[in-house]
Design a protein around this ligand. Structure first.
Ligand SMILES: Cc1cc2nc3c(=O)[nH]c(=O)nc-3n(C[C@H](O)[C@H](O)[C@H](O)COP(=O)(O)O)c2cc1C
Length: 164
């Protein structure tokens, strides 16, 4: 899959909305992710309200780039009824990586902005979402048409491979 080797974090966005069909396709990719016991502990909030986007950009000093995105996706995880609660953050990581790869595949840009497991950031994000019951905010992912471009850094390091 080419996007694995071309995706980069995009933090600058054109002033242009993302089509609804593309948002749906992004979430289709996110929900295609593997999860422990196939428990799929995720729910996704799609935020396009400008004042809510601005509030999400303030969950941490490292989230400011969300401010000018036309849409922000907030993957959340369920806190109840999971067979494997210990793995929900791992499950959400898989879904969020799928989301980022599909963002790149559709010619869009985005970046994973950290919420979980940092309690203060999670609470700030959840407040923006209206404190949905039984859900915790996992990450904040601004999405839009890129207004910057970069080549992916080559991180391949043979010395980190250990054949036994
Ligand atoms: C768990 C996680 C948390 C991250 N949190 C932030 C963040 O809060 N703010 C930010 O600007 N980038 C954040 N990033 C993006 C990383 O900085 C970025 O992926 C890394 O520098 C590598 O660059 P690349 O994505 O362009 O390959 C995060 C990435 C991950 C996986």
């Amino acid at each position: 899959m080419i996007e694995i080797f071309t995706r980069v974090s995009i933090r600058k966005f054109q002033d242009r909305p993302v089509e609804n069909e593309k948002i749906t396709q992004l979430l289709r990719a996110a929900m295609a992710a593997p999860s422990a016991g196939n428990q799929q502990p995720w729910e996704f909030f799609v935020v396009t309200d400008k004042s809510k986007i601005e509030a999400l950009s303030q969950i941490s000093p490292y989230a400011a780039c969300a401010k000018n995105a036309p849409a922000v996706i907030v993957p959340c995880y369920k806190t109840e009824g999971m067979r494997w609660p210990e793995t929900v953050l791992i499950d959400l990581s898989c879904a969020t990586e799928n989301l980022l790869l599909e963002i790149a595949s559709l010619g869009l840009g985005g970046v994973w902005l950290c919420a979980a497991p940092l309690e203060d950031r999670m609470e700030k994000a959840e407040a923006v979402l209206g404190n949905p019951e039984g859900l915790r905010a996992f990450a904040v992912v601004p999405v839009g048409y890129p207004d910057e471009s970069r080549t992916q850094q080559d991180r391949f390091d043979e010395s980190r491979i250990h054949f036994l």
